[in-house]
Write a protein that binds this ligand. Sequence first.
Ligand code: ZN
Length: 409
Amino acid sequence: MHAWPASEVPALPGQGLPLRIHDTAAGGTREVVPEGPTARLYVCGITPYDATHLGHAATYNAFDLVQRVWKDAGHDVLYVQNVTDVDDPLLERAVATGEDWTVLAERETALFREDMTALRMLPPAHYIGAVESIPWIVPLVKKLLASGAAYRVDDDIYFSVDAEPRFGEVSRLTREEMLPVFAERGGDPDRPGKRNPLDALLWLAARPGEPAWDTELGHGRPGWHIECVAIALEFLDMSFDIQGGGSDLSFPHHEMGAAHAQAATGAHPFARAYVHAGMVGLDGHKMSKSRGNLVFVSKLRRDGVDPAAIRLALLSRHYRSDWEWDKSVLDESVERLARWRAAVSRPDGPAAEGLLAEVRAALADDLDAPAALAAVDRWAALQAESGGTDIGAPGLVSRTVDALLGVAL
Ligand code: ZN
């Protein structure tokens, strides 16, 4: 399916720094430098049964910064994102509202594209639906069945976690720690007939009233983890640079995906780094559908909030932290946007080369966007206090903020 239009990334003088970023599998921050000229990034996409909330937007903001840092350091970026356009939550919602599941998925995917465009998130080169990926999933699952890494329970097909000795290396959880999380996040540890309670579904045989596809695996639909593996292998191959998503994807989703891919290909690793964004909360709880405490990007836009202010609000918190949304976060960002716009609207100002270096250093240091914002704040304050005489400085600040932070002033 098609992605959304790209906003232009202005060129900056000089070159950015290599990216250091927190890798969940390494348990710490390390340099992730692409091996070739092209950096390869896979970010797990939405299940389109509801509009984009600020938790989603914060995650995509983090990986948008990854792309901007890589581009500034001279790399091309090959970015792939999926959209899980057939899965349990989507089908359950369609049943609950009496809507056709394909109509629901198309509408919410269209709204997601609009939100991403408004927030100036760089689009993926390949934006791929689960349904589109079925032709790549089938041979992968066949391969896993042939090697004994997958098996049938009735007509469903499971991945055997014991087939991949490195299982556990992504999330760094013990099997005892995994079990309750697996049950909580869509797993079925108690299903009779499974070899290991942690084994995950690769293929779900058709259920009455649910969509299904006729394939060599039988009549059914794919599991979620294998969807991302098939899409990543199709467009990025093994050992791509970063797989990203929210911190709730480290287990089971990214752990299972790595195990599926490594067992199917015999190669290692699936991704060179696994990067996870924190959760955004409201009123003391993580934003989630089940709790009904979602703040939608489209609702804020409809209320007349400038998308650039929403983007600044996302940038004002470190991507790895869990943080709380409240009105003061947005109010501060609206005010900051006005200050920055006033500062760059003048014909000259304090020299800005130092600011560019500061923003580059902050973002290369595990995407420290709050530090980058503080650097721009200092420049804007200097401009307001004493002006400056450097012709072109405001233009360089605008380009810096646009190219590295995705905010148009
Ligand atoms: Zn995924």
